[in-house]
Write a new protein. Sequence first.
Length: 334
Amino acid sequence: MSYNIRMAGADDDAHVSNRPHRIVFTGGSGKAGRHCIPYLIAQGHEVLNLDLIPLDFPGVHTLRTDLTNSGQVFNAFTTQFSLNEFERPKPLPPVEAVIHFAAHARDLLVPDNETFAANTQSTYNVIEAACKLGIKKVIVASSETVYGVCFTQGESEYNFFPLDENQFDCNPEDTYALSKLCGERVARGFARRYPGTDIYVLRIGNVVEPHEYARDFPTYLANPSVRKRNAWSYIDARDLGQICDLAVKTSNLGFQIFNATNDEITIPEGTTSEEFLKRTCPGAEFIRPLTAREAPLSNAKLRWVLGFAEKHNWKDELKKSTGGAITTAPKRET
C-alpha cells in the first residue's frame, strides 16, 4: 500500500525536521489537548495555549482568547508565550505552527446554531490568521463524525470499509459534524490560496484517556454494538500527542487529511475485523482487504505518510489497568 504524498499543491517530497518549534495550540485545556501539550513539551517544543480555561501544566501559559473574534486571533498569534519573554531585546516573529483543537466538542453542549457558528467561525479565523501571517504549518482537528454515522438520528449504516480519507463521500446530518466538514473545506481552500502552506486535517477518532480503559472497555467488549457509532475505533489521547508532533515536523505535503486513530479494532479477540464487519454490516462494500485486526477507521495513511507508531494499544492498556486480565462487563440484554 502506498500514498501519494505530493497531493493538493505539495511542491516537493515530504521533509522532516526534528528541531523544536514554537507552537500555538488552541483548546489545549480540553480532553485531548491536556495530553497532547505535555507530549509536545517533552519533544522540546514551546507551546502557548489559547483557551478560556487555564491548563495546569508547568511552563505552559494559557492566553484567554475568544477565537470567534478575528482580531484576538491575529493578536494571539503574534504575542509572547510568557512574561519572561519581555526580557528579550525585541519581540519574536509569529509562531511556526498552529494546532487548532478548540471547539464545542460534540452536539448538545450548546444549541445547534451556536455549535455551528462558533466552530466554523473559530476555524476560519485560525486558518485565515495563520496564512496571512505567513505561518506555514496549520493542523486542524476534524472528527470521525464527518463519516456520517456517529450522531445520525436513528440507525445508519456504513457504506464502505475501511473508512478511508480519499474514498468515502462524507455527508453527515448532525450540526457538529457539519461544522467540522465546513472546517475541512476552509482548510482546503486556504491551502490552495496560499501555496507552500501545509494544512493538515486530523479526523480524530473517539478520544480515550488512560483512566477510561478500565471504566469503559469491559462494556465495549461485552457489547460491541455500542461502538458502532465510533466505527469500533479510538485514539489514545497520548498517541494523539505523537500525531501532532509528527504533523508539526513533517512538511511539504500541502493540504492533507489523516484519520487520527489507533491501529486495532475494539472487539474481543478471536475474530478478525473483516469477519466482524461482514457479519455486523452486511451491506458494506470492502474497498480493500483489511489486515487481521485493523481498525475500520483506518490509520494506514497516517502510518505510511507521517510514520505514526502507536504506543498505547487498548489491549495493553486494559491489561495494565486491570492487573493483567482483559475483562468484560455482563452482556446487556437487548
